[in-house]
Write a protein that binds this ligand. Structure first.
Ligand SMILES: [Cu+2]
Length: 147
């Protein structure tokens, strides 16, 4: 065994010790790192869905298309043209939110001021065409045909 071999053996010994110590250090480090920095899973907060508000369906306003009743609503007489027989009593009802009148153009009948919710009736004893209007709102016109 010469000087060179001894140096080599010493280097190998130190190298081996270094590797062992390095492995121990890694093992210790690895064990430590496993316990730390655990990702915290944030549970998503469930947003409560607002229940859809049920919109109440507005009851359809029944407008008599025939008969002897006339509805006054939304600044109009409905039906706008009504044909009745002689002797028929026609009734107008103010279903609007403002006062109207049922005034015959030729003066056969006149309800005067008809407040909301009030009614006016007139019996047609003669045949003919009776156009009428609202004296408050001249654009409101309608016709009664008596046969
Ligand atoms: Cu009117």
């Amino acid at each position: 065994m010469n000087q060179k071999d001894l140096t080599s053996a010493a280097t190998k010994a130190w190298l081996c010790l270094f590797v062992v110590s390095l492995l121990l250090a890694l093992a210790a480090c690895g064990g430590a790192s496993a316990t730390t920095s655990a990702p915290t899973t944030t549970t998503p907060t469930t947003v409560p869905t607002t229940a859809p508000t049920t919109v109440p369906t507005t009851a359809p306003t029944t407008v008599p298309s025939s008969g002897n009743s006339i509805s006054i609503a939304q600044f109009a007489f409905t039906p706008n043209n009504l044909t009745v027989k002689v002797g028929t009593k026609v009734t107008w009802t103010n279903n609007d939110s403002v006062t109207h009148t049922v005034t015959a153009d030729q003066g056969a009948f006149n309800s005067n001021a008809l407040a909301p919710g009030n009614s006016f009736s007139f019996t047609f004893s003669k045949a003919g065409t009776f156009s009428y209007h609202c004296s408050v709102h001249p654009s409101m016109t309608a016709t009664i045909i008596v046969q």
